[in-house]
Design a protein around this ligand. Structure first.
Ligand code: G4P
Length: 531
C-alpha cells in the first residue's frame, strides 16, 4: 500500500450517531457539520413545525412526520481528520435500518436528553453497539434546560449498560442557572452565556478551577463551592481514564453540553476525534481483513431507492473495509459471482452528493444499483473474494395483506413491491402459488406501513388495499425438499414464500408453532433473526 493511501485511511473516523427521538441527535449532527464547514448556516435544526428541515432529513415523509426515517451518511473534514457520520433513524419502527448502519460504523455517539436519561430506544441501540464492542461516546444534551442530577445520570448509564463512564467535563448547574462546564483535563471552566444562545460559535471564558476569586465572579460562591465538592468526589470515586477500555467499548467518555446553543460541541468533537480510532478491521470468511490490506473490499449495508426526487434511482451504500476505491476500476461482486464496475460512485456532503474519484477504507460510498445488490453483499478486488460476516437480519413482527386494486397498474405494483423488498427493510412474501397480485408484507414497526404506502403512491403511482393480518411470528422452513402441500398445520398458520423461493410459516402464537412441530416430525424450522 502506498504512503498516501495509508495516510488517508489513518485520518478517517466513521461513526454512527444514535439517540431516542428528540434527544437532539439532528441538532448535534448539524452543529458538527457546521464546524467542518460542510454547511454554511445552522439556523438551528428544524424538523418539526417550521419549514427549515435538518439536512439529514431527506424524504418527503420525514418532513411531514418530522422524524428521520432513513439513515443518511455525511462526510466532512475537521482539522486533519476526514469524518463520516452515519445518521440513524431514531424511531423504533426503523430500528432494523439503524442496526445495519451500526455495522458500518467504527464507533457510536449516543445523545442523551439530560432531563430524561436513558430512554427505550437508547437502550436498544446501545445493546447493538455493545454486541460489536465498538467505542461509545456519550453526549448529555440540553443542559440549558432543567436536567437530572449528573451523578444520577452517570449512575444510570453504568447500572443499565454495565459499562464505566468517564465524564470529560462536568456541568455547573442547569436550566436558567446553567453556568457552563468544568473541563476535567484542562482543569478549567468554560462558561456558558445565555446571550450567546443559538449563535454559531460560542466564546468560552477559561478560568483555572483554583482561581477562587475569578470563579466566584463567574459562577458565584455557592456554585463554586458545590463544583469544588463535586470535582473532589469525581476525582476520588469515578473510573480512571483508560484509553484501552474506551476502545473496547467498556468505558464511555461523557460530555455535558447543549447542542442547540452550540455549547460543548467543539470540545466534544475534538476530544472524540482524539480518542476514537481509525477504521477497524472486519471479520470475514477468510479471516480478519485490515483496512491497510492492499486490495479494495467493501460491503453493502443499506440499499435505498429514490433518495432524490430529481434522480429516480436506487443506491447501494457500501462501507469500504480495506484499501482504496478507484472510479472506473473493475471489481468483483462476490454474491453475483461476476466482475463489476461501480457506476456513478458518490459521497454525501451534507445534502449534496458529489461524484467520487477515489475513496478509502472507512469511507461510505453510494453506488448506482441496477437491482443486483442485496444487503450484506461484498464487492472487492478481483483477487481477494472475501465475504464479510455479521450483517444482521431481524424477524418482522407485524404482517398485512396488500392487494392491488387497479389491474391497469399491475406492472407498477409488482415493480414497486419488488424493488422495496430488495432494499431489505420491508419483507414481501407471496402465497405459495400466488404472484404479485396480492402479497404479504412483514415489518418490524407499523410506521413502515406508512412508508410503503407513501412510496408506492409517490414513486410508482399505485394505491392498494391494506388489511392487517393477525400473525406475530415467522419461522423459515429449513428443509427445502419438504412437500408444502402435505404439511399438517393449525388453521391459523399460513405458508408463504419469498422472492428467492424459500418457504416460511406465519403463526399467531407460540402454541401454533408447537402444533406445527408436533404434527410434522420431518419439519425443520429455523429462526428468521440472524445477529
Ligand atoms: P432528534 O434528532 O434526536 O430527534 O432531536 P432534534 O435534534 O430534532 O431535537 C429535538 C428538539 O430538541 C428540537 O426542538 C431541538 O431544537 C431541541 N434541542 C436540541 N438540542 C437542544 C439543546 O441543547 N437545548 C434545548 N433547549 N433544546 C434542544 P423542537 O421544539 O422539537 O423542535 P424545533 O421547533 O425547535 O425545531
Amino acid at each position: 500500500m502506498d504512503e498516501r493511501t495509508r495516510k488517508e485511511i489513518k485520518r478517517r473516523r466513521t461513526f454512527a450517531i444514535i439517540s431516542h427521538p428528540d434527544a437532539g441527535k439532528t441538532t448535534l449532527t448539524e452543529k458538527l457539520l457546521l464546524y467542518g464547514g460542510a454547511i454554511q448556516s445552522a439556523g438551528s435544526v428544524k424538523g418539526k413545525q417550521s419549514d427549515k428541515h435538518a439536512v439529514s432529513d431527506w424524504m418527503e415523509l420525514e418532513k411531514q412526520r418530522g422524524i428521520s426515517v432513513t439513515s443518511s451518511v455525511m462526510q466532512f473534514c475537521y482539522n486533519d481528520y476526514c469524518i463520516n457520520i452515519l445518521d440513524t433513524p431514531g424511531h423504533q419502527d426503523f430500528s432494523e435500518d439503524t442496526y445495519r448502519t451500526l455495522m458500518a460504523a467504527d464507533s457510536a455517539v449516543m445523545v442523551i436528553d439530560a432531563a430524561k436519561g436513558i430512554e427505550p430506544q437508547t437502550r436498544k441501540l446501545f445493546h447493538v453497539c455493545a454486541k460489536r464492542g465498538i467505542p461509545i461516546f456519550t453526549f448529555i444534551n440540553k443542559l440549558d434546560r432543567e436536567a437530572r442530577d449528573p451523578f444520577d445520570l452517570l449512575d444510570e448509564l453504568e447500572r443499565e449498560f454495565g459499562i464505566g463512564t468517564y465524564p470529560m467535563n462536568w456541568p455547573i448547574s442547569c436550566g436558567v442557572t446553567f453556568k457552563g462546564v468544568y473541563d476535567r483535563r484542562a482543569r478549567a471552566i468554560h462558561t456558558f452565556d445565555n446571550f450567546h444562545g443559538g449563535r454559531n460559535r460560542l466564546n468560552v471564558i477559561e478560568c483555572d478551577v483554583t482561581d477562587t476569586q475569578k470563579l466566584d465572579e463567574l459562577i458565584g460562591e455557592n456554585l463554586r463551592e458545590e463544583l469544588c465538592e463535586q470535582i473532589e468526589l469525581l476525582d476520588g470515586a469515578s473510573f480512571d481514564f483508560d484509553v484501552e477500555a474506551i476502545s473496547r467499548g467498556k468505558l464511555s467518555p461523557v460530555y455535558f453540553g447543549s447542542a442547540l446553543n452550540n455549547f460543548g460541541v467543539e470540545d466534544f468533537l475534538e476530544g472524540f476525534l482524539e480518542m476514537t480510532s481509525a477504521p477497524l478491521s472486519r471479520a470475514s470468511d477468510v479471516g480478519t481483513v485490515s483496512p491497510f490490506d492492499d486490495g479494495f473490499s467493501a460491503f453493502v449495508f443499506k440499499i435505498q431507492a429514490n433518495m432524490n426526487k430529481a434522480h429516480r434511482d436506487r443506491i447501494a451504500f457500501l462501507r469500504i473495509v480495506s484499501g482504496k476505491f478507484e472510479r472506473g476500476k473493475e471489481y468483483f461482486h462476490v454474491q453475483g459471482k461476476r466482475p463489476i464496475k461501480l457506476s456513478q460512485p458518490q459521497q454525501m456532503m451534507a445534502q449534496e452528493r458529489e461524484g467520487v474519484e477515489e475513496a478509502f477504507a472507512g469511507d461510505i460510498i453510494g453506488v448506482f444499483d441496477p437491482g443486483i445488490f442485496s444487503i450484506g453483499d461484498t464487492v472487492c478486488a478481483k483477487e481477494s473474494k472475501v465475504t464479510f460476516e455479521g450483517i444482521p437480519t431481524f424477524a418482522p413482527e407485524h404482517f398485512a395483506m396488500v392487494e392491488q386494486i387497479d389491474s391497469m397498474k399491475r406492472k407498477q405494483f409488482a415493480k414497486g413491491m419488488d424493488q422495496i423488498a430488495k432494499e431489505g427493510a420491508i419483507r414481501i412474501f407471496f402465497e405459495p402459488d400466488g404472484g404479485f397480485e396480492r402479497v404479504v408484507v412483514g415489518v418490524i414497526g407499523v410506521l413502515q406501513y406508512d412508508v410503503l404506502k407513501f412510496r408506492m403512491e409517490s414513486e410508482y403511482g399505485v394505491k392498494y388495499l391494506h388489511s392487517a393480518l393477525p400473525f406475530q411470528f415467522i419461522q423459515r422452513i429449513a428443509n427445502e425438499d419438504i412437500n408444502i402441500a402435505t404439511l399438517n398445520l393449525a388453521s391459523d398458520t399460513k405458508v408463504v414464500r419469498d422472492v428467492f423461493g424459500r418457504y416460511y410459516l406465519l403463526f399467531t402464537g407460540q402454541w401454533s408453532i408447537k402444533w406445527a412441530i408436533d404434527n410434522n416430525p420431518a419439519l425443520v424450522l429455523e429462526d428468521f433473526d440472524r445477529i
